[in-house]
Design a protein around this ligand. Structure first.
Ligand code: NAD
Ligand code: UDP
Ligand code: UDP
Length: 338
């Protein structure tokens, strides 16, 4: 769907590699909602480097201007402070819809997933843009099937403390498919599994950011419950590659985007000890209600149809976020360095 112009002669290809010889990819106009956040800002970097024009729409609920400040002054970059719960008029080719209060601490009672998604779908419909929803592995709830395949419908408690996020994203998927079937909007759905990396929110309560920050601050690592619950952790650049392949490809999805490497929280704590501070202590805390016992993506579908699979295992990815966290926690002063 990308727009191409004939430059004649040499075959210049974009990342998809599907452009006929002699055609050069023309820059697209792309909205990234939540683009000042963790995942969004890495996506914006890739899109800008590819030559596209990017409009970031963010209300800075959990996102930070610092994540995208390096693009200020670039004529192909715009930043709009806006809450997607309110309507928005823009003329664009693609919409990456990431805006969402992404952590348990923030997502309760927030209508972004439903109302924000509806508005962005309305925008996509009006201007004929392609729309990509970043859904989540949480749509599988506390899964009764392991690993989780896209065809699994999930096991979600509709009235639990986490349900605003789970059910919000499930509703967002429903709206996305309704706009696709009913209004012919071109849509893509990604179900993202736990992702980590530089620029992750330091204090939003996610396990990787908690452990890394705790180890750097010489505080005990807080393991919730018995620490035997599992998650699969994906490095952010792998996710961004998957999102871009999904947007540019022909398949609606949903696609699981995650790293199948599965770790218990105790194992994760151990990797953090190995990476940052072998003397870091572990402290057990009560777990949150309805915490999924295990989670691991089956990524066969993304492998086959998007030609995608993660490249960076946890032990390689974790060190890549440590210097960013160290810098943000301690500033330039290397207090607590190991
Ligand atoms: P993040 O909190 O860093 O980014 C979300 C961004 O959305 C922030 O910049 C925030 O300010 C913005 N935002 C929130 N509500 C908004 C609103 N109403 N209007 C405009 N902007 C708003 O989180 P992230 O980890 O980068 O997550 C990005 C997307 O990926 C989210 O949709 C999230 O649900 C999804 N996801 C992430 C993970 C993960 O492990 N990081 C896992 C599954 C799904
Ligand atoms: N919308 C928006 N920007 C647009 C077009 C629509 O924010 O460019 C919002 C609009 O305000 C509405 C939602 O998207 O709340 C759904 O729009 P749609 O046209 O599908 O529904 P309708 O307005 O007909 O109910
Ligand atoms: N968790 C933990 N210690 C923490 C934060 C989280 O043991 O300091 C656990 C949490 O109970 C859950 C897992 O780590 O079992 C992943 O939590 P997170 O909030 O990062 O992601 P999600 O539950 O959304 O997958």
């Amino acid at each position: 769907r990308a727009v191409y112009e004939n430059r004649g002669g040499f075959g210049l290809v974009n990342s998809g590699g599907k452009i006929p010889l002699g055609l050069k990819r023309k820059g697209l106009r792309i909205v990234v909602t939540g683009g000042a956040g963790f995942v969004g800002s890495h996506l914006v970097d890739r899109l800008i480097n590819r030559g596209d024009s990017v409009i970031v729409v963010d209300n800075f609920f959990t996102g930070r201007k610092e994540n995208v400040m390096h693009h200020f002054g670039n004529p192909r970059f715009e930043l709009i402070r806006h809450d997607v719960v309110e309507p928005l008029l823009l003329e664009v080719d693609q919409i990456y819809h990431l805006a969402c209060p992404a952590s348990p601490v923030h997502y309760k009672f927030n209508p972004t997933n439903v109302v924000g998604t509806l508005n962005m779908l309305g925008l996509a419909k009006r201007v004929g843009a392609r729309f990509l929803l970043t859904s989540t592995s949480e749509v599988y709830g506390d899964p009764l099937q392991h690993p989780q395949v896209e065809t699994y419908w999930g096991n979600v408690n509709p009235i639990g403390v986490r349900s605003c996020y789970d059910e919000g994203k499930r509703t967002a998927e429903t709206l996305t498919m309704d706009y696709h079937r009913g209004a012919g909007v071109e849509v893509r759905i990604a179900r993202i599994f736990n992702t980590y990396g530089p620029r992750m929110c330091i204090d939003d309560g996610r396990v990787v950011s908690n452990f890394v920050a705790q180890a750097l601050r010489k505080e005990p690592l807080t393991v919730y419950g018995d620490g035997k619950q599992t998650r699969s952790f994906q490095y952010v650049s792998d996710l961004v590659e998957g999102l871009m392949r999904l947007m540019e490809g022909e398949h609606v999805g949903p696609f699981n985007l995650g790293n199948p490497g599965e770790f218990t929280m105790m194992e994760l704590a151990q990797v953090v000890q190995e990476t940052i501070d072998s003397n870091a202590k572990i402290e057990f805390r009560p777990n949150t209600e309805d915490d999924p016992h295990k989670r691991k993506p089956d990524i066969s579908k993304a492998k086959e149809l998007l030609g995608w699979e993660p490249q960076i295992p946890l032990r390689k990815g974790l060190p890549l976020m440590v210097s960013d966290f160290r810098q943000r926690i301690f500033g330039d002063h290397k207090e607590g360095s190991s």
